[in-house]
Every structure is written in structure tokens, then in C-alpha cells.
Design a binder for this molecule. Sequence first.
Ligand SMILES: NC(=O)c1ccc[n+]([C@@H]2O[C@H](COP(=O)([O-])OP(=O)(O)OC[C@H]3O[C@@H](n4cnc5c(N)ncnc54)[C@H](OP(=O)(O)O)[C@@H]3O)[C@@H](O)[C@H]2O)c1
Length: 294
Amino acid sequence: MAAMSFARPVSHRRLPNASCRASRAYPCSMSPPPPTSPAPSPIAGLQVPAHALVTGASSGIGLAVVDALLQHPGMARVVAVSRSAEHSPALVALASRHGQRLLQVSADVTAADDRARIAARCGPGPLHLLFNAAGMLHGPDLAPEKSLASLDADALASVFALNAFAPILLVQALAAQLPRDQPVVLAALSARVGSIGDNRLGGWYAYRASKAALNQLLRTLAVEWRRSHPQATCVLLHPGTVDTPLSRPFQARVPAAQLFTPQHAASQLLGIVAGLTPADSGNFLAWDGSAIPW
Ligand SMILES: NC(=O)c1ccc[n+]([C@@H]2O[C@H](COP(=O)([O-])OP(=O)(O)OC[C@H]3O[C@@H](n4cnc5c(N)ncnc54)[C@H](OP(=O)(O)O)[C@@H]3O)[C@@H](O)[C@H]2O)c1
């Protein structure tokens, strides 16, 4: 994969304190820091090397985020989670390049035992970035609904289990590793189609509703964290339409210029993450930093 920086998107709402964060690698300067300087962090305000956990790490956007994070000198370790993480050829290749900076954990984030195992594999922490990319729109026996007639209780339950419930339950499982006295960012991939205010086309009942539920669950966490984790930031991010297995069956009418590569999406999203402060917590933002209506 091509080398990436955390360059910020060019046309978007400016996030607070973002002026010096156009490139987190070399903030406010055109030249790199001297070799003896501590590595800069991809998390605003973090004074120590960052530790991250990425779900959905074997494919699409999550894989590109893992790759981009590992290229960042301020990243001490990335925990890469998916059901196939330990056998994913792309993650195995990254591990051979980055050694112990990458920890692969094969786990199903919808299963409580697996979430506990993820927490155990992470060790005592702290974790500074939790990037949730695991999600589903379709599967072997599951297609997004075109109309009421195709609604199915089991399909609704499995889409909600992964898209809505797993991210917040993973935060619960990782509570001991999320610091109260250091900056920490929880970024979860939602989707614009999860916006209730923006829903004019209909269809995709389970996916839309699961992302709306994800939004509400993490917005609620953001309110709680204002008191308990004052340095924490919790955001919902829409990556745009990205060329991945999730979107591939639905790309026919997407203009080429609006279909992003996973690498481009990861760069945009990590650019947003690098500029976030706790004042941004609870927001639902698009890939270009613009706010999306709930
Ligand atoms: N692509 C788009 O255009 C688009 C647009 C808007 C929003 N999004 C959102 O962006 C996120 C990433 O999507 P993507 O396009 O990168 O999808 P993707 O390429 O299909 O990747 C999905 C990832 O989730 C993992 N996963 C699935 N079920 C899991 C489970 N039960 N436990 C753990 N990991 C699981 C998969 O790995 P394993 O199979 O190894 O478990 C895979 O790594 C999703 O939340 C999606 O809703 C995508």
C-alpha cells in the first residue's frame, strides 16, 4: 500500500485547535523533528506513544486504518481485531514488516467471551484510540431489504448485534484500559444512511436502523464520558462510499470520483481523528469533517 500521512481533508468544517494539525507527523513545521525528539502522537494532546485498537481490521477501511497507523511514528502498538485477523494475509504481511507493533487478535466482536479475550490480549493498557470499523450490510444469507416484505427478525438481530451493540459492548469490555487522565479517542464508523433526518430514499431497514442505534448509543456514551473521562472524545464517522467488499454489490450508480479507495478513506478519517478534542465529542461527522444531521 502507498505511504499515507494524516493530512487533513481540505474542504470541511474546521475542528477546534486544528490549525497546527495538518500533518501530525511534523506539526507546524516543514522539517521533521530531530531523531532524539519523542515521536509525535496521532491523538491531539497525547504526550506518550499511542496504543490503538482497530476492529474490522482484516478488510476494507479497517485494514487501511491499521496500515496507516503503523506508518505513524507516534504509534507504539496497534491491536488488529477481526474474526480472521490472525490468518488474514494482509495483516500477516503487515506483521512481518512491523513486528510487535502489530498484535493480531481473531475474535468475533458480537460474542461476550471474545470481547473479554480481546481485553485480556490488550494487557493493562492504556488504549488511546479505539477505531471501530467492523460492520455489515450484507452476508451469505442476508441482503439489505428493499421493502417491508423482506424484513426478517433474525437478519435484523444479527445486523444490530454487529453494527450497533458490539461497539459499545467492546468499550464496556475495555473499560479498564481506557484512561481517565489521558486523551483517548473512540471513533466508530457509522454511515450517512443511518441519519434519520437525511432518510428520503428508504430501504435498507436493518442497516439504516442499526447505524442510527449505534449513533444514539455512542452519543449517550459521549455524554457520560464528559463527566467520567473529561479528556475523551467519542465520534461517529461516515467514510463516504468506499470500494470494499461491503459496498461492492451497490457501486453501479456511484460516480467514479465519489468512490474512494480504502487508503484515501483511512487518510481522511485519521486526519479528522488527529484534529479532535473533547469539545468535538458526541458528533456525527462525514469524511470531509462536515456535520451530518442525526
Ligand atoms: N464501504 C463503504 O462504502 C461504507 C460506507 C459507509 C459506512 N461504512 C462502514 O464502514 C465500516 C467498514 O466497512 P468496510 O466497507 O471496510 O467493510 P468490509 O471490507 O466488509 O470489512 C468489514 C470488516 O468487519 C469484520 N467483521 C465482520 N463481522 C465481524 C465480527 N462479527 N467480529 C469481528 N469483525 C467482524 C470483517 O472481518 P472478518 O470477516 O475477518 O471478521 C472485516 O474486517 C462498516 O461499519 C461500514 O458500515 C462503509
